[in-house]
Design a protein around this ligand. Structure first.
Ligand code: ZN
Ligand code: FE
Ligand code: FE
Ligand code: ZN
Length: 274
């Protein structure tokens, strides 16, 4: 894809070093966005969780002001594109004591909603692969989709991140059961007015596929669910990764436009021709 064609796209899922498992300065992420010819990016680092949920993979609450400053200062660093301020917030047991009021109190452009745990099992963490051994794959997907459904029903998030994340290491139930599980979930997403992201990090994993699959994307399109694009970059060179393929998948599923969230409102833009 040429730079001119990519200019319409914003990478709406980018992490920073504050989450403790990413690398690179904010300026390097912006330089990578320029290099990739993107119109801009949204920093969406993992939200703090004062209750201690998954503390190893997120900034503590007292570092949130550092995050805010890093992002706002980066706007005066000579980067020509748009810098949006977002957060990737998990749905987890006990979320309600913190997240709903906190998310509302912060000046976010976009809030990504994620499920990374089923009970105490961080099923997408490569250190926890033993949980998959001998697992009932369709059963795991069902429990995951159930949690995503509950997340959607809270109404506190804008975008469902990496919708079919359980496929990360290649565990997939038959297409017929994916369709049967995804349809009612997508109905809920549509009712909630949420968007879903085309998250290209799946291309870098054993799944070797964008989240979600074109099958799920087509079901989303039938319901008029808007889409945005995210690389889930944890290193500068990952910014904008696989976006040509993501645009092709979106078109294959019948999409001709996408959305960008600013101040938590959707703005529609046409898909570039790739
Ligand atoms: Zn992360
Ligand atoms: Fe995530
Ligand atoms: Fe992420
Ligand atoms: Zn993510």
């Amino acid at each position: 894809m040429s730079k001119e064609l990519r200019m319409a796209l914003i990478d709406s899922h980018v992490h920073t070093v504050l989450c403790r498992h990413a690398e690179g300065e904010v300026a390097d992420f912006l330089a990578a966005a320029s290099e990739a010819g993107l119109a801009g990016l949204a920093f969406t680092d993992h939200a703090p969780a004062p209750c201690g949920y998954d503390a190893r993979h997120r900034m503590p609450l007292d570092q949130f002001s550092v995050y805010e400053q890093m992002v706002s200062r980066s706007r005066s660093g000579g980067y020509a594109g748009e810098v949006l301020f977002g957060i990737e917030a998990d749905y987890y047991e006990g979320f309600e004591s913190f997240l709903p009021s906190w998310l509302k109190s912060q000046p976010f452009d976009v809030v990504l909603g994620s499920v990374h745990y089923i009970g105490s099992w961080g099923f997408d963490n490569p250190d926890n692969l033993e949980g998959w051994r001998g697992a009932d794959v369709a059963g795991v997907w069902r429990r995951y989709f159930d949690l995503v459904g509950r997340m959607v029903d809270t109404g506190i998030y804008d975008v469902v991140a990496h919708l079919d994340l359980p496929k990360k290491f290649g565990h997939r139930p038959p297409e017929s059961s994916i369709r049967e599980m995804a349809a009612p979930l997508l109905d809920r997403i549509s009712r909630a007015g949420m968007a879903i992201e085309l998250n290209t990090s799946g291309l870098r994993r054993p799944a070797a596929e964008i989240y979600p699959s074109v099958l799920i994307l087509s079901l989303a399109r039938e319901r008029g669910i808007p889409i945005c694009f995210g690389s889930d970059a944890h290193r500068p060179f990952e910014v904008g990764f696989g976006f040509s393929e993501a645009v092709r998948s979106a078109r294959e599923a019948g999409y001709s436009d996408c959305v960008v969230f600013r101040q938590r409102r959707k703005h529609v833009c046409p898909l570039p021709v790739v």
